[in-house]
Unconditional design. Sequence first.
Length: 396
Amino acid sequence: MAGDGGMRETGTGGAAPSGAGSSSGGSGAGSSSAGSSSGGGSAGAGTVKPPPVGKCDGLGAVGTWENVTPPYLVEHPTFTGALVPLVNPVNPAIVYVTSDGNGIFKSTDCGANWMKVNTGRNAKEIDSGRIWGAVIDPVEPDTLYALTGYGAGGLWKTTNGGTDWDNMLPEGSEIAKTAGGFVERVVMDPTNRLHLLINFHLNCAGHTPVCFGESMDGGKSWSILDFPESLSPSWGEGSGLMILKPNVWLYQQYQLFYTEDSGKNWKAVTPDGGLGSCFPGDSRITQTPDKSYFLGAQAGVLVSKDEGKSWAVIPNSGRALCPVIGDGTRLFAASLSNPQVVYAASYSDTNTWTKLDSPGLPVDPPQNMYVMAYDTAHHLLFGAAQATGLFRMVTQ
């Protein structure tokens, strides 16, 4: 029976908690603390809030970061705090942010005010885990998919903007049995919103240790695809998939792998010096108008100019990077080791990267900027820095 609970108002964005302990990583840049099972507990106290921020018509100065952490996350700090921001592509004033153990929050005014949104069916299941992976449907943006790491398990779907949720990996199904329903990442095909891929946070049972789930109907049914054991003998922390085209995918598990036949055949495409590529929690890859793709990695920014078949490290593009995102004129890349460190490059010269000034970001942050999202209507970049909080910046 569908729940009728509405969203709970939590007020204006406030400061992120301070003094969190360091996260335990996995293997290289491909591993974020969001996926780590160690640590736990409070990410730190501290509930002093900065001045309220403006709504969509009252944004800060270009280049200045504003703290827009939902107050509930400040008042109830957890190990990895704010995890995945998602911007509604139809109405960009609407922003979601997932969390560690506190569910999902929604803003309708560019992050100025927030409401707890998962208040209906299966609300407790959504609250139960670390939601380090989530995607939003670009055509029907009230539809979202989210995992619940170290919580209820499964892949959860809402069709009413986050109030009610249903598990797309029901107990007893083959896909749920494969790895206990412990999903590591979910990715949506940019050309077909009903085409989903998932990989797992455990070795698969009855298949190769690394296997994937594929759905062509928005999670109603699944097929299971094996990944060559010769390329990876076990699952990996922070691993994930990317869909470039319906049949062209990438898989990252410290090394980078490529298929152009929907997973039937794979090959390693890790560039020299480019180990530790990182797929952010929204599994979004950035492509510029010249058809180049960009990823973050331990050695800096990786670029592919042949639709993912080969990759190269861009010299002097930073170190230990994860999210790389564009605003239409510039690319931005955030550091995995310090959310104060953000690099930028112009679309017209992606070989030249500059470290940005970061007014508004904390001087001594506890954790890294894990995922970024961009609001094209308001030229607003969001960065989720886990226990450090959620921030926004006008880019142009």
